[in-house]
Design a protein around this ligand. Structure first.
Ligand code: F6R
Length: 255
């Protein structure tokens, strides 16, 4: 078992700064790196910080590539609820990334299986993910890999868990508008990333974060697979880090 690097921060500014430093480091070492990106509310302060650094001339995305984690099935890229739209609005439209270097899943693909294969093949052809950004669902999902009896390794079509739909309804007008299915990178493809950065913010992530990194490795808590990865950094704010902090204190005492 590998120990993830835990960074527990007090303020949102610090949260964004620490995460952006890891992105900056990856971009400096490998300007043509492949960045795996996430949507949701957690990475928003990071994306704002990346945009600010780009505007100050500190970051250059001109050779970088990106691949997003997931997309709702049935939503077109220009749908305001789609993850394509989210990424354009919150990051891509504000930095110097080339459109041909952005990989997104097409939620309107007629053949979901072929679309998943295209995605896997492109990531492979692009040399694999150098830095994978992740959030964590309250049920332990990463990407849209929901709790299951086995880890699904490759990009696939998934039925969203009801608690995920409820959690994500905050960005829709009503629960019935939240799609029931999505395309997601598989656990194996996420695990194959050279470096993983998982962000967690808010009280509602405290318990699952501790279960994922101090509990049993099980597909019932998909994020727990990351315990086996050699290079994981977790950045948690004060609320999300509450339970983790207890484990760290116990480990300190035991030493
Ligand atoms: C988003 C994604 C999800 C989210 C997770 C947390 O692309 O893959 O796994 O990271 O649901 O979402 P937030 O950040 O909204 O709490």
């Amino acid at each position: 078992m590998n120990n993830p690097k835990m960074i527990l921060v007090k303020h949102t500014a610090e949260f964004a700064r620490q995460a952006a430093d890891i992105f900056a480091d990856t971009l400096r070492k490998k300007p043509d790196c492949l960045l795996g990106l996430a949507t949701g509310t957690t990475p928003l302060p990071l994306y704002r910080e990346l945009i600010a650094r780009y505007r100050r001339g500190e970051l250059d995305f001109s050779r970088a590539r990106t691949a997003n984690l997931d997309e709702y099935l049935g939503l077109a890229p220009n749908d305001v609820q789609s993850y394509s739209h989210f990424m354009n609005e919150n990051l891509f439209d504000h930095i110097n990334i080339k459109r041909e270097n952005i990989l997104l899943l097409n939620g309107m693909a007629k053949n979901a299986e072929a679309e998943c294969r295209r995605y896997e093949n492109t990531i492979h052809d692009w040399g694999g993910v150098d830095l994978q950004l992740l959030g964590i669902g309250q049920n332990g999902h990463i990407g849209f890999n929901e709790p299951a009896d086995a880890f699904i390794l490759q990009t696939h079509l998934i039925k969203l868990a009801e608690d995920t739909r409820r959690a994500n309804a905050k960005l829709f007008k009503a629960l019935h508008e939240v799609p029931t299915q999505a395309l997601t990178l598989g656990c194996g493809t996420i695990f194959a990333a050279r470096k993983i950065l998982l962000l967690a913010a808010g009280q509602n992530k405290a318990e699952i974060l501790a279960r994922a990194f101090y509990g049993t490795v099980t597909p019932q808590v998909p994020a727990s697979l990351l315990q086996l990865h050699p290079d994981v950094t977790i950045i948690a704010d004060e609320q999300a880090g509450e339970e983790i902090r207890k484990h760290l204190l116990l480990e300190d005492r035991a030493m």
